[in-house]
Design a protein around this ligand. Structure first.
Ligand code: ZN
Length: 255
C-alpha cells in the first residue's frame, strides 16, 4: 500500500480540515508531553496529583507547588515550531475549519492561528480563573504576585481559590467549548489528529464523530493510538516535518 500516493491524491480535495492537536505538536518547542517516553507523568506519576481538582482544592501545599510549577512552565519561553506554522499556512489557504487543541500552551495563537479558529478544549494556562466567582485574570499578573512572595494568590474580587484556566482531572469540560469542538468534527471533510495519544475522552472521541459524519481521518503520532484502525492514513514520522508536508500536499504548494 502506497500511503503517500493515496494522500497526494485525496488531500487536495479536502476543503474543510479540522485538526485535533495534542502535546506531541509542542514537544519540538521544548514542552514535554505527558504520556510519551519522556512524558511528565511517565517520569513522575505524582505530578498528576497536582492536576486533580480535589487535591488542588483541599491541599494548600498542592496549590503552592502548582503556582511554582506555572511560574516555571517552559511554555513562557517557548516558540512555536514548524508544525504550528503549517497550520497557519492551512488557514491562510482557506482550508482550515478549526484547530481543536488539548494543549494549554497557547502556541497555536502565538504562531498566528486566528484565535476564533482555535478551540482550547482543555483551557489555557495563559489565564487564571477564580474557582468561586469565575473571574479571569491574565496569568502573568497573578504570577507577578507569586514572584512578590504570595504562595497561593487568592481572587482579588472574592478571596476565592484561583487556578490556571485549564481543565483539571475531575473538572467538567466547558459545555460551549465542547459543543464547538463537536461541531468542528462533524462539519469537516478531513480530520487530522496530530501529536495526541487519543486516550483522553471526550477529545479522542472527536475522531469517531468526524468519521461518522463522513470525514476522512489522518493520525500523525509517534506511538500507536486506539483509533489507528479507523484511520485512512497513520503517519509515524516526526510532526515537525510531516505536518508541513501534508499541508503542502493539501494546498498544492509542496511535494
Ligand atoms: Zn473570585
Amino acid at each position: 500500500m502506497d500511503q503517500p500516493q493515496t494522500l497526494a491524491q485525496w488531500l487536495p480535495e479536502a476543503q474543510a480540515i479540522t485538526v485535533l492537536s495534542g502535546a506531541g505538536i509542542s514537544t519540538d518547542s521544548g514542552i514535554p508531553d505527558f504520556r510519551g517516553p519522556q512524558g511528565v507523568w511517565t517520569k513522575d506519576p505524582a505530578a498528576a496529583a497536582m492536576s486533580t481538582i480535589g487535591a488542588y482544592l483541599s491541599d494548600p501545599e498542592v496549590r503552592r507547588r502548582a503556582w511554582r510549577s506555572r511560574r516555571d512552565h517552559p511554555a513562557w519561553d517557548a516558540e512555536p515550531n514548524g508544525g504550528h506554522a503549517a497550520l497557519v499556512d492551512l488557514e491562510r489557504a482557506g482550508r482550515l475549519r478549526a484547530i481543536v487543541t488539548q494543549n494549554i500552551d497557547g502556541l497555536h495563537q502565538r504562531a498566528g492561528s486566528g484565535p476564533e479558529r482555535v478551540i482550547e478544549i482543555h483551557g489555557t494556562m495563559r489565564d487564571a480563573e477564580c474557582l468561586a466567582c469565575g473571574l479571569r485574570t491574565p496569568m502573568p499578573e497573578v504570577l507577578a504576585r507569586v514572584d512578590a512572595g504570595e504562595e497561593d494568590p487568592l481572587c482579588p474580587e472574592c478571596g476565592g481559590i484561583q487556578k490556571s484556566a485549564t481543565i483539571s482531572f475531575g473538572q467538567a469540560l466547558k459545555e460551549d467549548v465542547l459543543d464547538a469542538a463537536i461541531g468542528a468534527a462533524r462539519s469537516c471533510d478531513l480530520f487530522v489528529a496530530v501529536g495526541t495519544s487519543l486516550t483522553v475522552q471526550p477529545a479522542a472521541g472527536l475522531c469517531l464523530e468526524a468519521a461518522e459524519h463522513g470525514a476522512r481521518l489522518v493520525i500523525i503520532n509517534a506511538q500507536p493510538t486506539p483509533y489507528d484502525g479507523l484511520a485512512d492514513a497513520v503517519l509515524r514520522e516526526p510532526i515537525g516535518t510531516t505536518l508541513p508536508r501534508l499541508v503542502g500536499l493539501a494546498c498544492g504548494t509542496g511535494a
